[in-house]
Design a protein around this ligand. Structure first.
Ligand SMILES: [Zn+2]
Length: 84
């Protein structure tokens, strides 16, 4: 039987979060809640940070809005579960 994985995700309530993509800019940085949640869910599924920008989710930048998965994200996640 597999060991259960417990993940605790903290959201910093001291930041000003947004779901308005236009507010994520170098001059007015507000973290995009959708981008951050998608990124963190990648960690929940066992994916680590990607060294390449081809992974939209796991190559993390505070100045990006990434709300969808790329083929690289799908492949990385699948490899995390089935490395064969
Ligand atoms: Zn991360």
């Amino acid at each position: 039987m597999a060991t259960p994985l417990i993940i605790i995700l903290y959201i910093n309530k001291n930041l000003v979060w947004t779901d308005v993509a236009s507010l994520v800019t170098p001059t007015h940085w507000y973290p995009d809640i959708r981008t951050v949640m998608l990124h963190e869910m990648g960690h929940v599924f066992g994916v680590t940070h990607a060294p390449s920008t081809s992974s939209s989710v796991m190559f993390y930048s505070n100045l990006k809005v990434k709300r969808s998965l790329t083929p690289c994200d799908y492949n990385t996640t699948l490899n995390a579960y089935n490395p064969l």
